[in-house]
Write a protein that binds this ligand. Structure first.
Ligand code: BTN
Length: 248
């Protein structure tokens, strides 16, 4: 790795030409004693998964499929912050290569309004102890030939916006940004992280719709509360949303 000297992430890593999901490989490695910050990368996932039970299409040569194992210095209550941090880290890494990404709550990274990367956080903990979290990051580098046409209107890849950097450079930049965000969060708490997230947020102050388990909420995207919940100003007042799917 370039630029990861002294970092807590990426000091151990495993690469798989093919794996079911880097999330599963990370979990197996955790059970087998993976150190904090260990990273799993795959060329191809046969059962890549996204948020909300969705499938994540991950053919070879088209993207960066990576999972980071965190075991130290986090509480269960930090998972929401971690979720924002991971998307922010991808955005910051892309900015270092000259892209102008936007963020969509909780952790989608957009280029020109279309999704280029997504984050999936899984883990286990109880009360205020987090045993481990696996931060899964999927970044589309080029769209596969067989990419479903209906997804082309909502998804994009780096290659659609200029020649993409090599994946190992992208991986190192993302890990280094996430490393920096984790340290900053421990030192400064949620406030500064929220500011860095919000300046990159797409549609702040504008009308959005959020599909939640309890139904659709429509209103003005007003910001994030102290727990990282989405704040939406509706006709019936301010709502704080813990989980859901935002439509811009
Ligand atoms: C989403 O936006 O729904 C999250 C997508 C996360 C995809 C990544 S690819 C690496 C890791 N392994 C998986 O199976 N999923 C995550």
């Amino acid at each position: 790795w370039e630029g990861l000297e002294g970092a807590e992430l990426g000091q151990a890593f495993r690469f798989f030409p093919e794996v079911d999901s880097t999330q599963n490989a990370a979990r197996r490695w955790f059970d087998d004693g993976a150190p904090h910050g260990a990273v799993v990368l795959a060329e191809r996932q046969t059962a890549g998964r996204g948020r909300m039970g969705r499938q994540w299409v991950s053919p070879p040569g088209t993207g960066l499929w990576m999972s980071v194992i965190l075991t130290d210095g986090l509480r269960l209550a930090d998972v929401h912050a971690l979720s924002l941090m991971a998307g922010l880290a991808v955005a910051e890494a892309l900015e270092a290569f000259g892209y102008r990404p936007g963020l969509k709550w909780p952790n989608d990274v957009l280029l020109a309004g279309k999704k280029v990367a997504g984050v999936l956080i899984e883990g286990q903990g109880e009360l205020d102890r987090l045993y481990f979290a696996v931060v899964g990051i999927g970044l589309n580098v080029r769209l596969p030939e067989a990419f479903p046409p209906e997804l082309r209107t909502i998804a994009t890849a780096l290659a659609e916006h200029g020649p993409p950097p090599p994946r190992r450079k992208l991986a190192a930049a993302i890990l280094s940004a996430l490393d920096r965000e984790l340290r900053a969060y421990r030192a400064e708490g949620f406030g500064p992280l929220r500011e860095r997230w919000l300046v990159r947020a797409v549609s702040l102050g504008r009308e959005i719709a959020v599909e939640t388990g309890g139904g659709r909420i429509v209103g003005r995207f007003a910001g994030l509360d102290d727990d990282g919940k989405l704040l939406v100003e509706t006709a019936a007042g301010l709502r704080a949303i813990a989980s859901g799917e935002v439509r811009l």
